[in-house]
Design a protein around this ligand. Structure first.
Ligand SMILES: Nc1ncnc2c1ncn2[C@@H]1O[C@H](COP(=O)(O)OP(=O)(O)OP(=O)(O)O)[C@@H](O)[C@H]1O
Length: 572
């Protein structure tokens, strides 16, 4: 029952092409009819042309055969052209819909799956789903009519024999049902093993340096062997099942013909059926039996499509980022104050933040400080609405951020983190990110981010490589700072934004807090005392709780956690 929903969803994508599909079926039917006439032409050409040395008859039927064949080829061409078009458009739509949803899906999804796995799953699933619009499927649909016509023909010749043909249908159905169930399970396993392998592949390819440095090659090769063996074994089983199905198909058809001969002979001997009728019946049966096999095989084909269809639509069941209301943000009033009010939060039921309360005022520079894993990044994630608090409220100018339009709300932020992703394009494009700033503004931002520093010596057109692999850590951070500055948003988040930048550049970047960024609300995660001395407020987090709030001097005297954090060797 549940499976029907997925098939319906898949077929829904084809609804807009219903006229084209009808056209395809008409082409198929017309071509089948033309094909049926050709043996008649051949028969007449031989009987009345060749046998009677009549060149005119030979020429007439030769021309007719040529004409009908060309007509058939034209119909096939039109049919395939329409079908390929539907297939390509459906493929595009399935990919587009999936990407659109992926771009708004809850960030938790990306903690569970890696990019290669997502890409591989989508490709596999969409290609499998498109089997619904391949030529074999349409051929099967068109066979309904020929089976119907054929059965009527058979019924007119002999009711008893037709009944025998019909009795074979449920037998075949039972066998196919059994094989379909097996194929469904195997296909499901196959796509899951493949998904698992893609995940592993991505994970290990990213760790290529570690694999070499720690001499992990033999272990990794063994893992590949085990994983590939499981995949290939399942693939072999699926192929074997196809062979078994073929075997049953042909055997049943042959058995049927055998029975028709025997029973037909008995009927003929009893003078209930003429010799010509038996001959015609067998000819008709061949036309009917093969299409019946194809039609009954639809379930078998679906059993190969269904697991992928289910997995594809499961993606859409993944929660999208919450976006409740469209309350417009009044730009002039925005960002007077951000307030965390009794915030509790947990990842997978593991409590991470407990009763978080603090306020950031307009133009304030506030630092979050705490040991590793204390919850600083989680607070920033909640503020940017990548996660939703379990309870409590985050207020922007007294409005719960939950009720603000997500895109407009996010547009208030710029962020620089240790892990900002750089696209595999030029430095300039990475900074501008499709915006079109004035040339002067752009050059100033490049200067403020210390990217024009002569030690960098990279032009705007320099290609940074995948996630900036062709850059140093410090260069990457400077580009991500430039990217944030060019957006010029009211709230700036700096999460260890200068951790890899040299002291010279860092001092200049920090100086921006008092110049270029003096009117912005800035939330920083840092442990550098020279910055902490200059911020308006420091919030000290310990194991998900706020244990102190104050400025550098008071915290130095009152908070041992603060002293522990800033005096730790790593940040000393
Ligand atoms: N996506 C996640 N799923 C489950 N647990 C997570 C996730 N992200 C973080 N955590 C856990 O939440 C806790 C707080 O993590 P968070 O990244 O907020 O700490 P942090 O203070 O920013 O640490 P650091 O200084 O090391 O960056 C940690 O115990 C961490 O293991």
């Amino acid at each position: 029952m549940k499976d029907k929903i997925y098939i319906k969803k898949l077929l829904h994508n084809l609804k807009q092409y219903r006229f084209n599909i009808i056209l395809i079926i008409i082409c198929l039917l017309a071509s089948t009819l033309l094909n049926l006439v050709l043996p008649l032409f051949n028969k007449r050409m031989i009987d009345y042309g060749f046998m009677k040395n009549d060149l005119k008859v030979i020429l007439t039927f030769c021309s007719l055969i040529l004409l009908f064949s060309l007509l058939m080829f034209t119909l096939d061409f039109i049919r395939e052209r329409i079908r390929i078009n539907i297939s390509a458009k459906t493929k595009f739509k399935l990919h587009k819909d999936a990407l659109e949803h992926l771009l708004k899906i809850n960030v938790d999804y990306f903690n569970k799956k890696n990019c290669n796995e997502i890409f591989n799953n989508l490709n596999t699933d969409i290609n499998n789903m498109l089997l619904i619009v391949n030529s074999a499927t349409f051929f099967i649909i068109s066979q309904f009519f020929s089976v119907l016509g054929g059965l009527i023909g058979l019924f007119i010749i002999s009711k008893e024999l037709t009944l025998m043909v019909i009795i074979f249908i449920p037998i075949k159905l039972i066998i196919l049902k059994y094989l379909s169930n097996k194929r469904y399970k195997l296909t499901k396993d196959y796509i899951n093993y493949n998904s698992n392998y893609s995940h592993w592949f991505d994970d290990n390819l990213h760790a290529f340096k570690e694999i070499r440095l720690f001499g992990l090659q033999p272990y990794k090769l063994h893992e590949v062997e085990v994983k590939q063996k499981t995949i290939l074994d399942t693939d072999v089983k699926i192929n074997l099942l196809d062979i078994i199905r073929n075997f049953f198909d042909k055997s049943i058809a042959q058995l049927l013909i055998f029975l028709i001969y025997i029973i037909g002979a008995i009927l003929m001997l009893d003078l209930k059926l003429s010799f010509g009728s038996i001959f015609a019946f067998i000819n008709y049966s061949v036309y009917v039996i093969a299409p019946i096999s194809s039609i009954l095989g639809i379930g078998y084909i679906l059993s190969g499509i269904l697991p992928s269809t289910k997995r594809y639509y499961a993606l859409f069941e993944e929660r999208a980022e919450y976006d409740i209301d469209n309350t417009c943000i009044q730009k002039t009033n925005a960002c007077r104050e951000i307030k965390f009010k009794n915030i509790y939060f947990s990842y997978d039921k593991k409590p991470v933040l407990t009763n978080i309360n603090f306020t950031i005022g307009r133009k304030e520079k506030v630092a979050l400080v705490g040991l590793n894993g204390s919850g600083k990044t989680t607070i920033l994630n909640l503020l940017q609405r990548f996660y939703e608090p379990d309870s409590g409220e985050i207020l922007l100018d007294e409005i719960n951020i939950k009720s603000l339009d997500l895109h407009k709300y996010r547009d208030l932020f710029s962020m620089v983190s240790q892990e900002t992703y750089l696209f595999d394009t030029t430095i300039e494009k990475n900074i501008k990110l499709y915006s079109k700033p004035e040339a002067l503004h752009y050059r100033q931002v490049v200067k403020d981010s210390q990217l024009s520093d002569k030690s960098i010596n990279l032009c705007d057109e320099y290609f940074v490589g995948r996630n900036g692999t062709k850059l140093s850590g410090g260069q990457r951070q400077k580009i991500s700072l430039a990217r944030a500055l060019i957006r010029n948003k009211p709230i700036l988040i700096l999460d260890e934004a200068t951790s890899q930048v040299d002291n010279y550049s860092e001092d200049r970047i920090n100086a921006l807090l008092k110049t270029r960024l003096k009117d912005n609300m800035v939330l920083l995660v840092t442990h550098r005392t020279d910055i902490l001395k200059n911020v308006d407020k420091i919030i000290v987090i310990d194991e998900g709780r706020i244990c102190a709030i104050g400025n550098h001097n008071t915290l130095r005297e009152t908070s041992h956690i603060y002293n522990e954090v800033i005096s730790s060797r790593r940040y000393g």
